[in-house]
Design a protein around this ligand. Sequence first.
Ligand code: ADP
Ligand code: MG
Length: 315
Amino acid sequence: MKRIGLFLLILLLLPFGCKTESAHSAAGFACDTVVTITAYAPQKTVDETLKLCADYEALLSKTIVGSDVWNLNRANGDPVEVNPETADLLRLAIEIGERSGGAFDVTIAPLSGMWDFSANEPVVPDQAALQEAAKRVDYRNIVVEGNTVTLKNGAEIDLGGIAKGYIADRVADYLREQGVTSACINMGGNVVTIGTKPDGSPWSIGVRDPNGTPEQSEEVLKLSDATVVTSGNYERFFEIDGVRYHHILDPKTGMPVANGLASVTIVGTSSALCDALSTACFVLGEEGSKKLLAGYGIHAIFLYTDGTRSAIPSE
Ligand code: ADP
Ligand code: MG
């Protein structure tokens, strides 16, 4: 009788003992960047996340025909009905626009559209043309009412500074809904971790050394249930006469931000928020970022082109 009881107990516990799936990975390309997802989940579940990335890209990309952003940028100021998620993301983008004093501005499209960082023979846009385009950059020209969005005064949207973080959050949500308790999502520098590794140890997330090779880490963060987002001057850039022109732009001038920073890394829980903050803090610089970061209670690491490092709050 005792043995039967023990047998039943083992049978009962078996599913828990076998709970840990082995790790499966999927890699793809979305939002102009490499996406890698590793999860302790069936391969099928991991593969589904790539499809999810593509679906969100089809909603938020400014270059995919028929996306919400595509439709908005071609509406000539008429109201456009968008997906509720696009409306939510725009509300967050506007909030960070406000709180950063316009350093983060998703109406950057007229300016970002003038730069081609992957051209064979890249050129610096004409200053007068940049000045003219900068007049149309102002997040206050985005009016969101429910799911209806209107762009005023010739505004155009580019979600490049926030979309990858948002999508990484949605991938994490999807995995959690599937019961996944251990995963690491990397969307081109936007990392989201779910739980710890199955052995209980935290995930190791390298912060790239901006003055080293892509594989070299300046430091390794040990994290669980957190997101790490880096904006760097090495992601998209070209050089002319020793000057580096990169893709994080000052919304006032349309020029790449040149304040000595090489990268800003933000650690938090919402990857969309951290993505936007990494761009905002890059534009604001360390001193200018203090209030914004304190408002969100969020941690940031500033790495400079001269090899120095500092953090807010200071360590
Ligand atoms: P990455 O794309 O390497 O993760 P960021 O998150 O900093 O880097 O995003 C940079 C992208 O954000 C640019 O390619 C452009 O699309 C957009 N962008 C550039 N400057 C700004 C800005 N000041 N505010 C909002 N978005 C910006
Ligand atoms: Mg960003």
